[in-house]
Design a protein around this ligand. Sequence first.
Ligand code: ZN
Length: 199
Amino acid sequence: MVQNLCTPNSLKLPIPIYEHYGAFKPNLNVRRLIEALLDSVDPEYLQGLGSIVLSSQLQLPRKDRRKKFLSRGRKHPVSRVLGFYRQCWKSQPASIELYVDKILAQAPSWWAHVPLVSFSLFAPVLFHELGHHLHKTRRPEFKEREDVAEGWEKKLTKIAFQKRYRRVMPFLRLLRVIIRLIRGRQEPKPTPSIHPPRR
Ligand SMILES: [Zn+2]
């Protein structure tokens, strides 16, 4: 009898994190950062999540880099994708993949060495995709799925920051404004909420 991996099963922590960057070399320990972010999450929210994959678009085959994905009724090039969620499918458990090169490219390279900045870059992307997982597995909400994911993104990012940086929250609010200004200079704006076509 084949185990159905798509039914909620017992929670297995820690969630495995795999790194497949190809030729890309991240300039910080992304695995440790993701582990810290996951530590801020209620373990129940991670139920059914099989793995987190840290990768780069450099290792994608050329044909995959030229693909376009549909989000909110619009087509976007894969170069604007920061991460995506794969729902559980047959024998493959659900997973989240983050394109580390694209996430780090949102800010000048030296900024990423500032823990607050790297936290700010990765938390929204990770928690947005976790939001899709929660929408799929935990709380059915009859809203546009991107709206649901964005709701979780804001909620979980806020919790993570409060747990880790409670004493410097006023400074963080200032930092958010600065990051928005930096992102605003980059055209087109990266879109984290794009997903591969449903299988
Ligand atoms: Zn999304």
